[in-house]
Ligand binder design. Structure first.
Ligand code: AMP
Length: 117
């Protein structure tokens, strides 16, 4: 396992985070700088830097990100009002942490997906 990123350390409980879900495959924790009333990061427990690095045998575990996201959305009461799932890849998408993660955002109207420039 790559131990370089902050998310590796969160998953391994080496640094504290507000973890709201963890199982054998997936960990979810609150984003430290929330952009919406609900802003949760959902990550696989295996280290994958970006979407570009995903391997076919990892499809199962990445599929689980969606079922965990739906569970968390329901628990937070935003499953009917709606929410957005985002995975950033590399510089143009603004990826800051090079450990594959899915953002779950909701709890308010989120506006357009991409702000026109
Ligand atoms: P991205 O731009 O997709 O790489 O998103 C990285 C996200 O990680 C940002 O929304 C940060 O606020 C969040 N973040 C960075 N450090 C931490 C941390 N220690 N605990 C929780 N979230 C973090």
């Amino acid at each position: 396992m790559n131990n370089d990123t902050i998310f590796d350390k969160i998953i391994q409980h080496k640094i504290t985070a507000d973890i709201l879900y963890q199982d054998k495959f997936i960990t979810a924790f609150h984003d430290i700088h929330p952009k919406a009333p609900v802003h949760v990061l959902i990550v696989p427990n295996i280290s994958i830097p970006t979407v570009n690095d995903v391997k076919i045998h990892q499809e199962f575990i990445l599929g689980k990100l969606f079922t965990v996201a739906a569970k968390i959305a329901k628990k937070n009461g935003i499953h009917e009002s709606g929410y957005r799932l985002i995975v950033n890849c590399n510089h143009h998408a603004g990826q800051e942490i090079f450990y594959f993660h899915m953002h779950l955002l909701g709890g308010r109207f989120l506006g357009p997906l991409i702000v026109p420039v």
